[in-house]
Design a protein around this ligand. Structure first.
Ligand code: 13P
Length: 248
């Protein structure tokens, strides 16, 4: 089995205005241009408002673009929503789906997420499907059960394995400065891969939750970790690049 390529994704969440977003995107594109060969994939997922300006700014650069969510329909009377096809149209390669902030704040269910995954894959996007346990589930030793259940129920029947990335994001580790022990990340990643079956061998399983330039090296060193999904540390060009450079 060939080694899976590493993937580093920056989730800007609801941060960034036109000027600051463009500065950050160009700074990253410049850093990437100077890195030859580029032995990992790297993407940014700006807020929806910045998708097009960032897309234009990084055109021709190996820096890839993603969205943070999408609607499950291709079009329709859905005020305020954006479809996967619309993001694909603007040059997106990826879309993050099932992020815990959406599961919690927007009451997104596994069933809804699976519909979004199907729509996004149909639109040609690679879906970064997030799963992760809460603090309470962790302390009551339910992590494995929760992850397996979320994963099974968040993937559509006709899931396209070649368009799937799974992100393990423990809810309690997001934005908290806390992170699981490496052996625990490793074990959850193994659980995810096992749940995906034989075809899962090629799927990138990445980790997210308080990843910083300081801890990224030890996380990315683990062979079960195919990359990282970075929140707050991704809105600083030097910091995000320092994380990405830990990919070997
Ligand atoms: P932080 O890196 O800010 O903890 O956020 C992680 C995350 O939610 C990425 O999707």
């Amino acid at each position: 089995m060939a080694k899976r390529r590493r993937l580093v994704v920056g989730n800007w969440k609801m941060y960034g205005r036109l000027t600051s977003g463009l500065v950050l995107a160009r700074e990253l594109a410049d850093k990437i241009a100077a890195k030859k060969p580029l032995n990992f994939d790297i993407a940014v997922c700006p807020p929806a408002t910045l998708t097009w300006p960032v897309s234009e700014a990084i055109m021709g650069s190996p820096l890839l673009l993603g969205a943070q969510d999408c609607h499950h329909a291709t079009h329709g009377a859905y005020t305020g929503d954006v479809s996967a096809a619309m993001f694909a149209d603007l040059g997106c390669r990826y879309v993050i789906l099932g992020h815990s902030e959406r599961r919690l704040a927007h009451q997104e269910t596994n069933e809804l997420i699976s519909k979004k995954v199907a729509a996004a894959q149909l639109a040609g996007l690679t879906t970064i499907v997030c799963v992760g346990e809460t603090e309470e589930q962790r302390t009551s030793a339910k992590t494995v059960e929760v992850i397996e259940q979320q994963l099974r129920a968040s993937l559509p029947e006709k899931n396209q394995i070649a368009q799937l990335v799974v992100a393990y994001e423990p809810v309690w580790a997001i934005g908290s400065g806390q992170q699981p022990e490496i052996k625990d990340i490793e074990s959850v990643h193994q659980t995810i891969r096992k749940a995906l079956g034989a075809a899962g061998e090629a799927v990138q399983v990445i980790y997210g939750g308080s990843v910083t330039p300081q801890n990224a090296g030890s996380i990315l060193e683990n062979q079960e970790v195919d990359g990282v999904l970075v929140g707050s540390a991704s809105i600083n060009g030097d910091g995000f690049w320092a994380i990405a450079e830990k990919c070997r």
